[in-house]
Design a protein around this ligand. Structure first.
Ligand SMILES: [Zn+2]
Length: 96
């Protein structure tokens, strides 16, 4: 990104991309209620010359871990989560 001004993707927050050497959205909290054990936050992320990726940040017990996944992995994760949530809903209904 040195030299010419970086071309930001439309979703970029444009907050110091040149210095941090990647484009990103703001972190989006998954569970903003604040009563969960762990805080999950996600953001769209793109290093110069790479494809966009999804960054998952997990904070638990004051320890924060960062994980990057490809958009393909993110799409597959959505499907897996949806299947698991449907299974969990069936179990809840059966337990009533
Ligand atoms: Zn940017």
């Amino acid at each position: 990104m040195r030299g010419a001004r970086p071309a930001h993707p439309s979703w970029c927050d444009r907050q110091g991309c040149e210095a941090r050497e990647f484009h990103a959205t703001a972190l989006v909290p998954v569970a903003p209620a604040g009563d969960e054990q762990a805080l999950f936050e996600v953001q769209l992320w793109q290093h110069v010359g790479s494809q966009p990726a999804l960054a998952l940040q997990v904070t638990d017990d004051e320890v924060t871990a960062h994980h990057l996944m490809t958009l393909r992995q993110a799409r597959l994760l959505i499907r897996v989560l949806a299947r698991l949530l449907v299974s969990a809903a069936r179990t809840r209904r059966a337990a009533r």
